[in-house]
Design a protein around this ligand. Structure first.
Ligand code: NAI
Length: 312
């Protein structure tokens, strides 16, 4: 019986629990809000049953078998018993994360891997109060992790390679797609690339070059079509008759010219923000009803895309 402890049972904690259980691991969920982790199990049961019905359940086990692997705990020490890997998913607040990792270090053996789901905090901040940082790393998922399988593995400067390798092997075993960062950097890779896309999209809208609706179509009907299967590096390698070097000979100068014409970094506030936001609200009002309907649509589409990717 291999045990993984998930600390924090919100959106991401619940998803990790489902991913680990799909790989046959025993998952113990802890949340410091009494009753919260039990509620998470009720939610997970509902989701597993729906996934089974939609033939989208991951792993070899039935929904009921996966559910049997997951337990809820209001006591941290009990939740950590027997664990070889701990995935932290608490609020994205530095002090909360630092403090939970101090607790975790006190309660587990020296060889237990401590992994954080943080999206915005670098490992040297998150683990600054841990004594043995060699077994710490960030495993940053993308929402929703059940369908979007990428996990960024980010080392603390003191993390040993064996820990990175073990996390990589675990993520692969449970069906995620891990990537390794060779060192920590603000935003990791996902949020840095995303920020570049947001930044130029925002500038094009606020400079009145294109509408909010149309810049989103540029991604969803254009670039995004291939990016679901091949990344920017392979894209350019395939886009010139003789590959990447040829591409750069042909287009490198043009790309540099475009990049040099990019405006300053937006600060996303003031009058300019008001006008971009109001254009968005005309398309999708920010009432819970509208937002939930769009999120549901997004997740259904991602589920279909995940199905398609599984077959290719
Ligand atoms: P959430 O707010 O849905 O859930 C956080 C849970 O942690 C709550 O159930 C809360 O009761 C619990 N909690 C808070 N302090 C705790 C403590 N000291 N001990 C035990 N449990 C505690 O948050 P969400 O969205 O699940 O995010 C969790 C982490 O995952 C954050 O670090 C976030 O940055 C990261 N993440 C979130 C993504 C997202 O799209 N929501 C995507 C990728 C990473």
């Amino acid at each position: 019986m291999e045990v993984i402890t998930v600390v924090g049972s919100g959106l991401i904690g619940r998803s990790w629990a489902m991913v680990f259980a799909s790989g046959g691991y025993t998952v113990k969920i802890y949340d410091n809000q009494p009753g919260q982790s039990a509620k998470a199990i009720t939610e997970i049961r509902k989701q597993l049953e729906e996934l089974e019905e939609a033939h989208m359940l991951r792993g070899q086990l039935k929904a009921s078998q996966q559910l049997n692997l997951i337990s809820s705990h209001d006591d941290l020490a009990q939740a950590l018993e027997g664990a070889f890997f701990v995935q932290e998913c608490v609020f994205e607040q530095l002090e909360v994360k630092q403090s939970i990792f101090q607790d975790l270090e006190r309660l587990v053996g020296n060889n237990v891997i401590l992994s954080s789901s943080t999206s915005c905090l670098v490992p040297s901040s998150v683990f600054s109060k841990v004594h043995n940082k060699s077994r710490c790393l960030v495993s940053h998922p993308v929402n929703p992790p059940y369908y979007v399988k990428l996990v960024e593995l980010v080392p603390h400067p003191e993390t040993v390679m064996a820990v990175m390798d073990a996390a990589y092997a675990l993520m692969t075993k449970v069906g995620q797609v891990p990537v390794r960062l060779k060192r920590e950097i603000d935003g990791f890779a996902v949020n840095r690339v995303q920020a570049a896309i947001i930044s130029e999209s925002w500038r094009l809208v606020k400079d009145d070059v294109i509408s909010v609706k149309d810049i989103d179509l540029v991604m969803s009907e254009g670039l995004g079509m291939r990016y679901a299967f091949i990344g920017p590096m392979e894209t350019i390698h395939l886009n010139a008759p003789e590959g990447m070097e040829d591409y750069m000979k042909r287009y490198g100068e043009g790309i540099t010219r475009l990049l040099n014409s990019f405006g300053p970094t937006p600060d996303f506030s003031g009058e300019e923000a008001k006008s971009v936001i109001s254009e968005m609200l005309e398309l999708i009002p920010n009432s819970q009803q509208h937002l939930s309907a769009r999120k549901e649509r997004r997740d259904l589409l991602l589920m279909s895309l995940a199905k398609l990717k599984k077959d290719h």
